[in-house]
Write a protein that binds this ligand. Structure first.
Ligand code: ATP
Length: 140
C-alpha cells in the first residue's frame, strides 16, 4: 500500500473526535502503521507549514497548531494519499459541511482554519511529513 501522514489537529483532539476519526480510518481499509501524540511548539509548526509562510493566515495557523496536542499517524492503503484526502474533504470545514457532508472535516471541523485534520497532498509531501514526525521508519 501507499503511506501518508494523517494528523488530528488540536481542535479534533479537544473536541474528542479521535476515536471517531480512527474508526473512519479503519472502516475505510487503512492500516495504522504508527502514531504519535505530540505538542508542537512554534518552531515545529512553522517548519511543518513552511510552504504557507507568506500567507496572511500563517501566524494564526501557527498559533492554532500549537494550541494543544496533535495526533500524527502514518496510515497505509492502496492509493492512500488521495484516498485520505478524499475522506477528509475540502479545506474549509464550513464549505465541506455543504458540499461533502460525510467528510471528516464536515464532522469535526469548524472553519477554513479549524478543520480538525490534515493529510499529505502528494508523495513528496507524505515522505517529508512522515520524516518530520517519525524519522526514517522505512529502515524498519
Ligand atoms: P492540510 O495541509 O492541513 O491538510 P489543506 O491542504 O486542505 O490542509 P492548505 O491550503 O494546505 O489546506 O492549508 C493548510 C492549513 O492552513 C489548512 O488546513 C488550514 O488549517 C489553514 N488554512 C488554509 N486556508 C486558510 C484560510 N483561508 N484561513 C485560515 N486558515 C487557513
Amino acid at each position: 500500500g501507499e503511506r501518508t501522514l494523517a494528523m488530528i489537529k488540536p481542535d479534533g483532539i479537544y473536541g474528542n473526535f479521535t476515536d471517531r476519526i480512527k474508526q473512519v480510518i479503519l472502516e475505510n481499509g487503512f492500516f495504522i502503521v504508527q502514531e504519535l501524540m505530540v505538542q508542537l511548539v512554534v518552531e515545529n509548526a512553522t517548519l511543518f507549514y513552511s510552504e504557507h509562510s507568506a500567507k496572511s493566515f500563517f501566524p494564526n495557523l501557527v498559533e492554532y497548531m500549537t494550541s494543544g496536542p496533535v495526533l500524527a499517524m502514518v496510515i497505509e492503503k492502496t492509493n492512500g494519499i488521495s484516498e485520505w484526502r478524499a475522506l477528509i474533504g475540502p479545506t474549509d470545514a464550513g464549505k465541506a459541511r455543504v458540499s461533502h457532508p460525510h467528510s471528516i472535516r464536515a464532522m469535526c471541523g469548524s472553519s477554513a482554519q479549524r478543520n480538525c485534520v490534515h493529510g499529505s497532498d502528494s508523495a513528496l509531501a507524505a515522505a517529508r511529513e512522515i520524516l518530520f514526525f517519525f524519522g526514517d521508519i522505512s529502515a524498519g
